[in-house]
Structures are given as structure tokens and as C-alpha cells.
Ligand binder design. Structure first.
Ligand code: CZF
Ligand code: MG
Length: 198
């Protein structure tokens, strides 16, 4: 089976990429699978596309091999687009999904249901030695719940209700999430390229 490197240390993303890429006969190697520890890559971009490019190119250049990277996050309209590209570090530099989610809930206290619109965005960059990097984006529209619910998924999933549903993303099975998520929609745009890899 063909293997692709996904430049992430996020176990939730790794799980989803494994499931999503298995459809194309592609196995996933993440930064958690390397023998040596990989230093954190500084995400200095101001857009998801820029940060995905930074991560993919850093690992592609270091190992001289094709690499994919995902930069993603939650965009809340009532918060002027926050947490956006800062989704992973919203409540502080030390990553903490629970604290991040609580910060969003606190800031939205008293905001009525019809003003809680939001979307998950995912940019996937493909970096290859000798080629120009390209990026595809996917998005999942929805809203922020009044209470966290559900145990599946990761990150902000317990507070995000996709517009196609009345349940939070964390109340969806991984198969259900992978058929509607921002990551799924970004990968769909990579379909032709992925089919040529396997
Ligand atoms: O509920 C969620 N469901 C998702 O499907 C999802 N995808 C991303 N996120 C959140 O957005 C930030 C990404 O930041 P991010 O792209 O920098 O990733 P990361 O720092 O966790 O790992 P890495 O890939 O950079 O190594 C993190 O806070 C994630 O929790 C999600 N939350
Ligand atoms: Mg990150």
C-alpha cells in the first residue's frame, strides 16, 4: 500500500486521515510515527493555507519526500472569525482542547441561537521536492451549541452542530463525521491527485 506522510502531531487528525485515505488505498505516516522526535513547526501564517504550506514544506524539505499537512480550525461569526487560525492556542500556548472550547462558550454566553453561526475550515497543502506546493480547502457550515455534548471526535467537536444535523459533531460516529467534515471536503478536492498516488 502506498504511504503518505501527513505532517501533524494531532492524534485526532491522524485517526481521521487514516480512515479517509484508506478509501484511496493510501496508508498514513504522521509525525508521531517517526523514530526521532520532530520539533514543533512554528505556525507563523495568518491564513489556514499559509500555515498548512509552512508545515508541509518544512517536513518535505527536511526529508526530501512528498508531504501533506492540514491546518484547520473553527471560525465563529459572532466572534469576528475567532478562534480561526489560532484555534489550537486560543486559551494559551499550551494546547488544551477543553480550555479552548470553554473560552468559546464563555465568549458566546447570552448570544442567541440564530447568531451562533460558525464553520470548520480545513486547508490541506501538498509539498513535493521540485514542484510548487498546492493547497485545497474544505469547509463545514454549522453553529455553536448552547451546551457541549458528545464524546467522539476531538477539539471543538462537542460544541459544533453541523447544519445538516441537530446533534453536535462529537455525537456523530467517525464515519458520519468523515462524510460531512471540513477535512472530507478538502480531501474531495484532492481526489484526482490521491487516485494517482495509490
Ligand atoms: O472539533 C474539531 N474538529 C475538527 O475536525 C478539527 N480540526 C481542527 N480542529 C481544531 O483546530 C485546531 C487546529 O490547529 P492546527 O491545524 O494547528 O492543528 P494542531 O496544532 O492540533 O496539530 P498540527 O497538525 O499543527 O500538528 C485545533 O485546536 C483543533 O482542535 C478541530 N476541532
Ligand atoms: Mg498546529
Amino acid at each position: 500500500m502506498k504511504e503518505l506522510i501527513v505532517a501533524t502531531k494531532n492524534e485526532g487528525k491522524v485517526r481521521e486521515f487514516r480512515q479517509l485515505f484508506s478509501e484511496y488505498g493510501i496508508a498514513v505516516k504522521s509525525l508521531l510515527d517517526f523514530d526521532e522526535p520532530i520539533e514543533d513547526i512554528e505556525e507563523t501564517g495568518t491564513t489556514f493555507a499559509e500555515n498548512a504550506t509552512i508545515k508541509a514544506e518544512a517536513i518535505s524539505e527536511a526529508y526530501n519526500t512528498p508531504v501533506i499537512a492540514d491546518d484547520s480550525g473553527l471560525v465563529v461569526d459572532a466572534l469576528g472569525g475567532e478562534p480561526g487560525v489560532y484555534s489550537a492556542r486560543y486559551a494559551g500556548e499550551e494546547k488544551n482542547d477543553q480550555k479552548n472550547l470553554e473560552k468559546v462558550m464563555k465568549k458566546l454566553e447570552g448570544v442567541p441561537v440564530n447568531e451562533r453561526t460558525a464553520r470548520f475550515v480545513c486547508a490541506i497543502a501538498v509539498a513535493r521536492p521540485g514542484f510548487e506546493t498546492f493547497v485545497k480547502e474544505g469547509c463545514c457550515e454549522g453553529s455553536i451549541a448552547v451546551e457541549p455534548q458528545g464524546q467522539h471526535g476531538f477539539g471543538y467537536d462537542p460544541i459544533f452542530i453541523p447544519e445538516s444535523s441537530e446533534r453536535t459533531m462529537a455525537e456523530h460516529t467517525s464515519e458520519e463525521k468523515n462524510s460531512i467534515s471540513h477535512r472530507h471536503h478538502a480531501i474531495l478536492q484532492l481526489e484526482e491527485w490521491l487516485k494517482n498516488q495509490s
